[in-house]
Design a binder for this molecule. Structure first.
Ligand code: PLP
Length: 412
């Protein structure tokens, strides 16, 4: 547990000296390696992915990083998950179970494919889906489970895999917040049937925006590659053939260039975050009123962000005290279960005023996306304070965070 004379000082909110006045370090993900590859892409005089090997090389290298047979690059994490759902190819009204604590990018692809998102409760310690509730939510319409590995911590993949196999469901892993993260010796994203990654700016490796979907399944890979390119089978001559309805999520060579350089760095970024996470947990251990990040058994927590839990259940107040001490944070992370944050669920604002696929002959269930749908999750979010962290943080930064937490915790 941390000991520091500043802990005894008055809180900033009561007129005391804030623990921190200087900003925390920001990320510096890019250097000459990205610049050189971007320069080469531009020098080729076409950034279109089919005018050169760059995107294919990036996909091959990403697949190799994970020891997988196939990788399909696309324009965002949302599109990466859409490729996965497109490969599942649900019928309208089929159900896909996912987490209520995630970015809406996990849910959009389900609805865009006219499937029904079903939300399982999360465990109040890890904020990852509770396998027992996932199993309870399975019906004869369930086609897939999208597990979200939140904040760099794994869901209980042994249990998820067991459920998926017993009920013959496709298991999709959303690893947007858990790049190259090991669970019981295996990388997240390689355990289920399909792994999805966001390359958005805050992620362990980033191209600003971008996404990758990986799988060992040849048929699904083929469908994913078609799905990101309008379903276009691109024969060298003859009439065009578009195999099925699909969007255009083709990345450009610019994404591949930046992504290729980022692949060379992502392991170091994750190693650094694993050690920062351990150190911050060590400093926070034993502070009355708070609990350090829960770590799933068999995992190295890659801390996309650091989830602190407060006993008071008043994350908003705790977060505000921390902010006054100069420590940025997100009380409650997304604040409410994702379906309550999103009118496409809560208000069924989907296609025109149809309410499709919720209000349609394809869906016999009458689901209301309100607090009672995941009451354990809604309650758990009230005790969560998410602390931003990145690979440029130094020990002194962690110390300031821990001192501010200890000060705030003392105020009850
Ligand atoms: C867990 C999770 N899933 C999906 C997404 C969607 O990714 P993107 O913003 O790249 O579309 C994100 C990113 O914000 C995320 O954190």
């Amino acid at each position: 547990m941390i000991s520091d004379p500043r802990i005894g000082e008055p809180l900033a909110v009561a007129g005391g000296r804030p623990v921190r006045t200087a900003p925390f370090p920001s990320r510096t993900p890019y250097d000459s390696s990205e610049l050189e590859l971007v320069r080469q892409a531009l020098a080729s005089q076409s950034l279109f992915m089919l005018d050169g090997p760059e995107v294919g090389n990036f996909e091959r290298t990403f697949a190799d990083l994970y020891g997988m047979r196939h990788a399909a690059a696309s324009t965002s994490g949302t599109s990466a998950i859409h490729l996965a759902v497109g490969a599942v190819n649900p019928n309208p009204g089929d159900e896909i179970i996912t987490s209520p604590v995630t970015d809406l990018g996990t849910v959009i692809p389900i609805l865009m494919q006219n499937a029904i998102p079903i939300f399982a409760e999360v465990r109040p310690d890890t904020f990852n889906m509770d396998p027992a509730d996932v199993e309870r939510k399975i019906t004869d319409r369930t086609r897939a489970i999208i597990v979200v590995h939140l904040f760099g911590n794994a869901a209980d993949m042994d249990a998820m895999l067991d459920i998926a196999r017993r009920y013959n469901l496709v298991l999709i892993e959303d690893c947007s917040q858990a790049h190259v993260t090991r669970y019981k010796g295996r990388l997240l994203g390689t355990i289920g049937d399909i792994g999805c990654f966001s390359l958005q700016g805050s992620k362990h490796m980033t191209t600003g925006d971008g996404g990758v979907t990986i799988t060992n399944d040849d048929a699904r890979a083929e469908r994913m590659l078609l799905f990101r390119d309008k379903g276009f089978s691109r024969a060298p001559w003859g009439p065009r053939k578009y195999e099925f309805l699909a969007p255009n999520y083709r990345p450009t060579k610019l994404m591949a260039a930046v992504g290729m350089a980022q692949i060379g760095k992502v392991r170091n970024v994750v190693e650094r975050l694993i050690s920062l996470c351990r150190e911050l947990s060590r400093l926070l251990e034993g502070i009355d009123g708070v609990l350090p990040a829960a770590v799933t058994e068999g995992l190295e927590h890659s801390a996309w962000a650091y989830p602190l839990r407060v006993h008071s259940g008043d994350a908003a107040r705790f977060g505000s005290l921390l902010r006054d001490e100069g420590v940025p944070n997100m009380p409650g992370y997304i604040g409410l279960p994702i379906f309550m944050c999103a009118e496409c669920c809560a208000g069924k604002a989907t296609f025109g005023d149809s309410g499709f696929p919720f209000d349609s002959p394809y869906n016999s269930r009458k689901l209301e996306y309100n607090a009672s749908m995941c009451s354990i999750t809604a309650e758990a979010l009230r005790s969560l304070v998410v602390l931003p962290i990145n690979e440029n943080y130094a020990d002194a930064d962690l110390r300031d965070i821990a001192v501010a937490v200890a000060k705030a915790a003392q105020s009850g």
